[in-house]
Ligand binder design. Sequence first.
Ligand SMILES: [Zn+2]
Length: 84
Amino acid sequence: MTSRHYWLPVAGDIGGVRHAFRGRRWEGQPADEAVCGLAVAMAQPSEMDWITFRSCADCRCALLAEAGIEPGAVNPGDSAKARR
Ligand SMILES: [Zn+2]
């Protein structure tokens, strides 16, 4: 565990996705680059955002890879979406 990260729901045109970001927590910046490389606008998420948004598979796979965990070992069937 060398790199810290946090998750934040990001509203989008397909309902929104929880992305992972570098750092300890969201500091209120208006935009940042997610772990998956996507530049997104950030805003204070609502409780419903946390509940209804799904996690970004690319962010999850990237973090698992950094931790030395094969994504397919955690969630078989999702490994085909791992791009790195
Ligand atoms: Zn992502």
